[in-house]
Design a protein around this ligand. Structure first.
Ligand code: ZN
Ligand code: ZN
Length: 172
């Protein structure tokens, strides 16, 4: 497997980047590096929606580096047909992006919960990278490749691959 580059886009808490680095190395058994941060993606901002177009950011970072890329933003992401996205994968470009914004309890007016936030972040990252490594959505609601329409689904699933997805992943 290639190296995984985590690219912070805009300002990202260093603690969560370090956490992702350690956890993703464990999950995928690959070398993980945190790349130089990129500027806030003003080019992707849609003032009408007050959100950032995730596909535009993916296109921009695709030229940056070799190996697999995980972009991390602390800005709200969208694609045109959806109200928002937690993340987006572009398997052909070997890259994915995740947003941290909607993974925090505070976003919903609830008290801060750091461990729940971290669990959600790792689930989103592993899910999108699973797509990059060739996996599709899985019907097992506990599998990290299960589709999350809401945080309810995210919180129900684990951060691990089910046996079937694990086999597929090791064959990728
Ligand atoms: Zn998915
Ligand atoms: Zn699965």
């Amino acid at each position: 497997m290639e190296k995984l580059n985590i690219i912070p886009i805009g300002k990202i808490d260093q603690k969560i980047l370090d956490y992702l680095k350690i956890e993703l190395r464990k999950k995928f058994g690959i070398e993980v590096e945190i790349a130089e941060p990129m500027e806030k993606p003003d080019y992707a901002y849609n003032p009408k929606r007050r959100q950032y177009h995730s596909t535009s950011i993916l296109e921009k970072i695709s030229k940056l580096t070799n190996g697999v890329i995980l972009g991390v933003v602390d800005l709200d992401l969208y694609v045109p047909d959806l109200n928002f996205v937690f993340g987006e994968a572009a398997p052909l470009m070997r890259m994915a992006i995740i947003s941290l914004v909607r993974l925090r309890q505070e976003y919903y007016g609830l008290p801060k919960n750091e461990s729940l936030f971290r669990e959600r972040v790792i689930k989103e990252a592993v899910h999108e990278l699973g797509h990059v490594f060739g996996l599709n959505h899985c019907r097992d609601p506990k599998c990290v490749m299960h589709f999350s329409n809401s945080l309810f689904d995210t919180d129900k699933k684990s951060s691990s691959f089910c046996p079937k997805c694990s086999v597929r992943l090791s064959n990728c």
